[in-house]
Write a protein that binds this ligand. Structure first.
Ligand code: NAD
Ligand code: UDP
Ligand code: UDP
Length: 317
């Protein structure tokens, strides 16, 4: 099979390329806006091709393509707050172009959507049937609405053109290859703890998240991709923890003496987030296997080895 992965030089995309290369030819398309060639430089395979391209521009490819995984998009809040127009364009124009390419190639298509389509949710955990609580004009709206549009156009190509499309609603995912300075809570707290700097808890730390280790997420994405299910599916780990509790866990595992400092809560920061994964269990037979402690130890080990140079203080480095 020949598979095209947009955003393939990013955190999740590069792990997906690694897995797919076991039995696929992979074309990775990325403009390195928030990703890095260092995420794919270890790949030494004749079955791998990298194309540097901005998917908001049309992409014409001579070869046959069987599957498109569309992951290209800034994903960290500080990235999409700094790149609002690019974020809207890649969700809208980028998704349209990749659907057009998939239609022309008669390829199947998977959209990497997000739990942010639920906004600051009023129900917890969030099932796929929940329509969300999104502020369209707030600072996070550039990401949330781009992904909501991306879901809408994906369903339109499925219904109108009869294409075989999938939508994965990805919840907070972490692991090796996250950018130290991307501002997300996992790399921020780990790099702060490892360097003895204060952990920057936003708000009072009572807001919750549910963290999924990257290998579990990739397993879910691939199961969804090759399933017969065409409506959105939550992929995430339902083990919910407060951000303050998460800071304490990172301190305990690293053995760090870093203090905790409190900074203002970003605008529209969701107060709770936890996936209802009963649909993924029913239609994919999928559930996560890696608990937070195990996944964090792996991630901390990687950060300790490879990523100690760029230190995050909770803002863009
Ligand atoms: P990332 O920033 O590491 O990866 C995104 C990749 O997309 C980067 O390599 C970037 O250079 C590329 N990209 C951005 N705009 C592009 C464009 N116009 N053309 C080509 N390439 C472009 O982020 P990630 O965490 O790996 O996220 C991957 C996908 O998963 C994103 O679509 C994101 O919205 C989604 N997602 C991630 C999470 C998470 O917790 N990591 C949660 C929900 C959804
Ligand atoms: N497209 C692309 N590569 C292709 C085919 C299409 O990038 O091989 C883009 C092109 O920009 C087009 C979009 O995908 O506008 C949607 O294509 P489609 O044929 O679905 O619809 P159109 O909007 O062109 O009628
Ligand atoms: N957060 C924090 N300190 C940081 C970075 C993030 O307290 O240095 C909080 C943030 O306010 C949010 C949670 O951690 O409540 C998760 O943030 P992240 O940016 O990782 O992703 P989000 O889930 O908001 O998309």
């Amino acid at each position: 099979m020949k598979t095209l992965v947009t955003g393939g030089a990013g955190f999740i995309g590069s792990h997906l390329c690694d897995l797919l290369l076991h039995d696929h030819e992979v074309i990775c398309v990325d403009n390195l806006l928030t990703g890095s060639s260092s995420n794919i430089e270890h790949i030494d395979s004749d079955d791998f091709t990298y194309i540097r391209h901005d998917v908001t521009e049309p992409l014409y490819i001579d070869q046959d393509i069987d599957f498109i995984f569309h992951l290209a998009s800034p994903a960290s809040p500080i990235d999409y707050l700094e790149l609002p127009i690019q974020t809207l364009k890649v969700g809208a124009l980028g998704t349209h172009n990749m659907l057009g390419l998939a239609k022309k190639k008669n390829a199947r298509f998977l959209l990497a959507s997000t739990s942010e389509v639920y906004g600051d949710p009023l129900v917890n955990p969030q099932p796929e049937t929940y329509w969300g609580n999104v502020n369209p004009i707030g600072p996070r709206g550039v990401y949330d609405e781009a992904k909501r549009y991306a879901e809408a156009i994906t369903m339109a190509y499925h219904r109108y053109h009869g294409m075989d499309t999938k939508i994965a609603r990805i919840f907070n995912t972490y692991g090796p290859r996250m950018r130290v300075s991307d501002g997300r809570v996992v790399p921020a707290f780990i790099s702060q703890a490892l360097s003895g700097r204060p952990l920057t808890v936003f708000g009072d730390g009572s807001q919750t998240r549910s963290f999924c280790y990257v290998s579990d997420l990739i397993d879910g994405l691939v199961k969804l991709a090759f399933s017969g299910y065409n409506e959105p599916v939550n992929i995430g780990n339902p083990d919910e923890i407060s951000i303050l509790g998460f800071a304490e866990k990172v301190l305990a595992i690293t053995g760090s003496n870093s203090p905790i400092v409190y900074k203002p809560l970003p605008v529209d920061d969701p107060k709770v987030r936890r996936p209802d994964i009963s649909l993924a269990g029913r239609v994919l037979g999928w559930e996560p296997k890696i608990d937070l402690e195990t996944g964090l130890k792996e991630t901390i080990g990687w950060f300790g080895k490879f990523a100690q140079t760029g230190i995050s203080d909770g803002t863009r480095a």
